[in-house]
Design a binder for this molecule. Structure first.
Ligand code: SF4
Length: 440
């Protein structure tokens, strides 16, 4: 029986050490889905490097490595070890898809974008010819008839209390810095609601009461989201996901999302500088509305987990000081700050490259925890100082307590805000070591 080993690589800390955790709280969906798509004569093994040792002496015939963001550099090293031992290695994921010419220096084959058509094709090529094509690039036309992911393969590992579900893929926006926009170009595909509900029922049958919807932006199609939430509501599950602030502009939909069990949403708050957002093709996100929309999420009972970027063309030392005032005033319970990063192949990268605004092109430093471009109104050095200053404020003990335990919302949702307090302490442990907080 041929065997494929699928590895989710961890990533390097700035010290060169590999990130390890006791538990993986947000396991990905791709591998259990691919495992369900492999023909019956194939054995599939999954390894998650953050929580499991990778043995290079494996009986697998081919090795597939998936990597998120700059974890790709760890993935390249893993690939090298397997290839030294004569194994065929293929790679997928956003980064490999966006820089295939770079990835092909380290692996035998690349799966660009969607894997649903490419993966069975790749296995068949190996069976027939004993080798793979260098590139598989087969975008799917829709997300209909996907099999039930083999969730048991995740449930047997050291994971948290949630399993992943996907309702849609892609996003209806085209922000210039975004990898999703680069790959899907403003296209959003939704799965049939019945099939999403089937997956959630399976998760429930495995004893889980929570799931994480891994969609890029759940409010890309509001009518679809409404139908989905109506079907999730009677299942009495708790869930989290990611979306834009725009959800809060639709009061009835926001209420329904909350009633269906949504507890936490990750939101791209990005910046308090409208000028900065405008230049990132994100004009539709209005900084004047940030406070009002966050209040709507709070009122609906959904905890905010925000992501912000620094280094936009609107940023100055003063605007970043004002960013801290804003965070403190709004008591954002969960928050991560990143440097704006021109990820290769994105529109932002092409713009900055053409304008001579890239400091260098050592992509292993494009980690979002280093400034790699020249912002318009602040030097990279001062921006870096402000990054550390902001993280110091946000993850000071006082800052954490103020945003979580002293947040008025704790009276309505004590468990969630105590959870946020614990997550902040975890992020603080990274910040104290000079690292960017990691979500794993
Ligand atoms: S809204 Fe979010 S997911 Fe969509 S393109 Fe913009 S940054 Fe990417």
């Amino acid at each position: 029986m041929p065997k494929v080993l699928l590895i989710q690589s961890s990533q390097y800390l700035s010290t060169g050490n590999v990130v390890r955790q006791k538990k993986l709280y947000l396991p990905g969906l791709v591998f259990p889905l691919l495992a369900a798509m492999a023909p019956g004569n194939w054995e599939v093994e999954i390894k998650l490097e953050v929580i499991e040792e990778i043995s290079f002496d494996t009986d697998a015939d081919i090795i597939g490595i998936g990597a998120m963001g700059h974890a790709i550099f760890r993935a390249f090293d893993l690939a090298g070890e397997f290839r030294k031992r004569g194994k065929i290695v293929f790679m997928g994921g956003y980064m490999a898809s966006m820089v295939p010419e770079l990835a092909l220096k380290f692996v035998d084959s690349i799966v660009i974008g969607d894997a649903e058509i490419s993966f069975p094709l790749l296995l068949s090529d190996f069976e027939k010819h004993g080798r793979l094509q260098p590139v598989y690039n087969n975008p799917v036309g829709d997300l209909n008839n996907l099999p039930l992911p083999r969730y048991e393969m995740l449930a047997e590992k050291r994971i948290g209390d949630m399993l992943p579900v996907q309702a849609g893929r892609g996003c209806n926006h085209t922000c210039s810095f975004c990898s999703i926009a680069c790959l899907y170009k403003g296209r959003h595909m939704a799965r049939p609601v019945d099939e999403v509900i089937r997956d959630i029922e399976k998760i429930k049958s495995l004893g889980y009461h929570k799931f994480y919807m891994i969609d890029d932006n759940i409010v890309s199609n509001p009518a679809y989201l409404e139908e989905l939430c109506r079907r999730i509501l009677p299942m009495k599950m708790k869930w989290s996901s990611q979306c834009t602030m725009n959800l809060a502009r639709n009061e009835s939909l926001l209420k329904l999302v909350a009633r269906s069990g949504c507890e936490i949403l990750s939101l791209g708050l990005e910046s308090i500088s409208q000028e900065g957002l405008d230049k990132l093709n994100k004009k539709w996100l209005r900084t004047d509305d940030h406070q009002k929309l966050m209040a709507a999420f709070n009122k609906a009972g959904i905890m905010i987990s925000a992501e912000m970027i620094i280094g936009t063309d609107g940023d100055t030392t003063e605007s970043l000081q004002a960013t801290w005032d804003f965070i403190r005033k709004c008591k954002i319970p969960l928050l991560r700050i990143y440097f704006l990063t021109p990820v290769p192949a994105t529109r932002l990268y092409l713009e900055y490259k053409a304008a001579g605004r890239l400091i260098h092109e050592n992509f292993d430093h494009y980690t979002a925890s280093e400034c790699v471009h020249y912002p318009e109104q602040i030097t990279p050095e001062n921006l870096t100082l402000m990054y550390h200053w902001l993280n110091g404020k946000i993850f000071s003990l006082g800052g954490i307590v103020c945003r979580t335990l002293l947040n008025r919302q704790i009276l309505k949702h004590p468990v969630n805000y105590i959870f946020a307090f614990a997550v902040n302490l975890h992020y603080r442990s990274y910040v104290k070591k000079g690292e960017t907080p990691l979500i794993v």
